[in-house]
Design a protein around this ligand. Structure first.
Ligand code: KG4
Ligand code: ZN
Length: 327
């Protein structure tokens, strides 16, 4: 069994051999009205949800809890209070059932989400990890052997979607709404300049400020500007973020012998990003990998996938293990 509570989704999965029997997630709607995750509310809601999610995961999996062989949990990175709920729940289960405990790194799990459907990827591959808290370009040499080649210097890609979405009066998390509205809009209508950063890194804060000033200026001329242009705004903003995310990846592919391309993390659910990454892989005649939608945003299935490898190696932790907000 795997437990994920690093941010605002309470998720529990049950994995048997190679198959995920259940992957149950309770999303916390409460944060929408605040325009972002409120850490204290997130941990309290994990406490409220976790037993219900556990029962549902057990029911869906069709197994009895006495059949569980190990309990895995997200140790970090994430919100400390949220992580602590999952860690404590995992410890009590492991203690009560007298079975081993497995600690999992959340970012490692986002990458491992690829292996759920694709157990034999070609190494080395480049993995673009874009979530609400991280943006990294990772050189994946083997299942669990990596090198981080680039990261964001400020906001994460998902955070850019969410913060700009808030400016557009869209509820948190705005990424899925922007993705949906963008399908009806013109991605070339509004143009923004790309932030220049060295090597294979990113910066989203300049773009965020550009959009803020642009909207402020337009609203002086037309108070209804946002509402009447929402589809084109979403399409142009999404297009800018996706094009920008691809730039260093494309540059890197010219410099290294790459045998695969992948995108993971919450933003990998984005339609344009998936299509553009796939095109880049096709152009370079290498395989493209992306997790199934249910394993893109935070979920315990991907935690179970890492735990499967750790279980085989008997890589267990003791009951004095603690949550780590930063890894
Ligand atoms: O990986 P994730 O679920 O949580 C973190 O570990 O951060 O990523 C959440 C992020 C949010 O910023 C959300 O807006 C974004 O992923 N996201 C999307 C889409 N679905 C989720 N962004 C763009 N398009 C989507 N379809
Ligand atoms: Zn995540």
């Amino acid at each position: 069994m795997a437990i994920e509570t690093s941010c605002d989704d309470t998720s529990i999965a049950v994995l048997k051999e190679d198959k995920i029997l259940a992957n149950v997630t309770a999303n916390q709607e409460i944060h929408a009205k605040y325009g972002g995750v409120v850490p204290e509310l997130a941990s309290r809601n994990h406490e409220k949800n976790i037993v219900r999610v556990f029962n549902e995961a057990i029911n869906q999996s069709g197994i009895d809890q006495s059949e569980l062989d190990a309990i895995a949990f997200t140790q970090g990175p994430g919100l400390l209070g949220s992580l602590m709920v999952g860690v404590s729940f995992a410890k009590s289960l492991a203690l009560g059932l007298n079975i081993p405990l497995i600690a999992v790194n959340h970012l490692q799990a986002h990458i491992a989400a690829l292996y759920i459907e694709n157990p034999n990827p070609t190494f080395p591959f480049i993995c673009l990890l874009v979530s609400g808290g991280h943006t990294q370009i990772i050189w994946v040499k083997d299942f669990f052997s990596y090198e981080i080649l680039g990261s964001t210097l400020d906001d994460a890609g998902g955070e850019a979607f969410d913060k700009i979405g808030k400016m557009l009066d869209l509820p948190y998390p705005a990424g899925p709404a922007i993705d949906r509205l963008a399908q009806k809009g013109d991605p070339e209508r509004f143009k923004f300049t790309y932030s220049k950063v060295p090597d294979f890194n990113y910066s989203f804060s300049g773009f965020k400020t550009q959009v803020l000033y642009f909207l402020r200026d337009q609203e002086k001329l037309d108070a209804n500007f946002k509402a009447s242009n929402i589809n084109d705004l979403c399409a142009s903003i999404q297009h800018h973020i996706c094009t920008y995310l691809l730039k260093p990846v494309a540059k890197l592919m010219k410099e290294r012998e790459v045998l695969g391309l992948a995108v993971v993390g919450g933003v990998s659910a984005n339609a344009e990003l998936r299509i553009e990454m796939q095109k880049l892989a096709l152009k370079n005649q290498i395989p493209f990998m992306v997790p199934d939608f249910q394993y893109c945003t935070d979920n315990a299935g991907m935690i179970a996938e890492v735990a499967k490898y750790k279980f085989e190696k008997e890589d267990f932790v003791t009951l004095d293990v603690v949550a780590k907000a930063r890894f």
